[in-house]
Write a protein that binds this ligand. Structure first.
Ligand code: OGA
Ligand code: MN
Length: 362
């Protein structure tokens, strides 16, 4: 799914060039000396140019004629604006699909609930199941490795018949003795290292496939019903989308998602329903090879993208997110998350983007 069979060749492609261009982009400095220097028209301070990035929110607000190649795809039984590209059938963009309240709800769920076992995360392979990471981070706890006898956790067979188990638990900062020889990591650091979690049928990244033998809970009903409703523009009339798995991506300031095709689901006519939360990002939608120049667009908190049919064969990725306060475009979220209970979430989301993408596997 992710990565190319020939990395050297991938480096030379149009997709890779676009990724590098947007990764390098630096916003114009609002203050300081650089302002006084004159720059050629169209070139933003610090290097880089976002003028080719499609901004569906601006198109929606302008009510005007749409640029060549972009059309509205509003459909019966779906009371929201939907945009699409004439030359990219199967791709749908629903700007502002979620209210601020809904965005906050799914951000909280993504941080508190979705990383909970039996759901797996990128941290599971290193630490085993970690319960209540969010609460531990909020309470400044520290994860330490402990002797086997200290906890009653499941043992893992390491393959050669010997049982090996490594156990970790959260402790208070004060409980760690100075000079004690144990691996320890702050829960807040682990929260920052959280890169993905999987809901429903568990995706095994090492095998690049769904592993139905892994324990799992079904996708939360509220998320399944949201995905069903939002999938309508990409579904044949009268057919219902069946959410079976979701991958939640967590992006920190310098994280990106390289160009890839999601090809592990059986039926590509069914859409992937992809929800954006938190900081704005650039999304690249390319062709069936990396040689085609991708179209860039902004994804903001609350936007939903659908990729079905032919669009499922297209390379796509996220080369950068915007964490600068003038560009992250999360002011509505910031005011909504002003309660004391939410200050940890607010701190997190000011520098992060979360993407929940929901799939029908069979
Ligand atoms: C993915 C994906 C896009 C995004 O997880 O497969 O393409 O918007 N995510 O983060
Ligand atoms: Mn994808």
């Amino acid at each position: 799914m992710y990565g190319a069979s020939d990395p050297a060749a991938a480096e030379r492609t149009a997709f890779r060039r676009a990724e590098k261009q947007y990764k390098r982009y630096k916003p114009a400095k609002l203050k300081g000396r650089s302002r006084s220097r004159s720059k050629p028209a169209g070139v933003e301070g610090g290097g880089g140019d976002l003028s080719a990035v499609v901004d569906f929110h601006a198109l929606l607000a302008a009510y005007g004629e749409l640029p060549a190649g972009i059309c509205r795809s509003d459909c019966a039984g779906f009371d929201r604006p939907v945009f699409c590209f004439l030359d990219r059938p199967g791709f749908y963009f629903i700007p502002g699909a979620l209210s601020t309240e809904e965005q906050c709800y799914w951000i909280r769920e993504s941080l508190k609930t979705f990383p909970q076992p039996p759901n797996r995360t990128n941290l599971t392979a290193i630490y085993g199941s970690i319960s209540d990471l969010f609460i531990a981070a909020k309470n400044q706890k520290i994860l330490v490795e402990v002797e086997n006898s200290d906890v009653q956790e499941k043992e893992q067979n390491n393959g050669d018949g010997k049982m090996e188990s490594r156990n970790f638990k959260f402790v208070e900062d004060l409980e760690i003795q100075k000079g004690e020889d144990c691996r320890s990591t702050r829960a807040t650091t682990l929260m920052r290292k959280l890169r993905w979690s999987t809901l429903g049928l568990q995706f095994d990244w090492s095998k690049r496939n769904y592993d139905v033998s892994l324990p799992h809970k079904k996708i939360p009903d509220a998320l399944a019903s949201l995905a069903k409703n939002m999938a309508i523009p990409a579904m044949p009339f009268g057919e219902e989308f069946k959410p079976e798995a979701a991958i939640v991506n967590y992006y920190g300031p310098s994280d990106m998602l390289g160009g890839h095709v999601d090809d592990m689901e059986a039926d590509w006519t069914k859409p992937i329903v992809s929800i954006s939360l938190g900081c704005k990002c650039i999304f690249l939608l390319g062709g069936k090879t990396r040689d085609e120049v991708p179209t860039a667009m902004f994804l903001r908190s609350g936007d939903i993208v659908l990729m079905a049919g032919e669009a499922r064969e297209r390379f796509h990725g996220v080369p950068r997110i915007f964490t600068e306060s003038n560009q992250q475009e999360i002011s509505a979220l910031v005011s909504q998350l002003s309660g004391e209970d939410d200050c940890f979430i607010l701190d997190y989301i000011k520098n992060s983007r979360i993407n929940i993408n929901i799939r029908q596997v069979y």
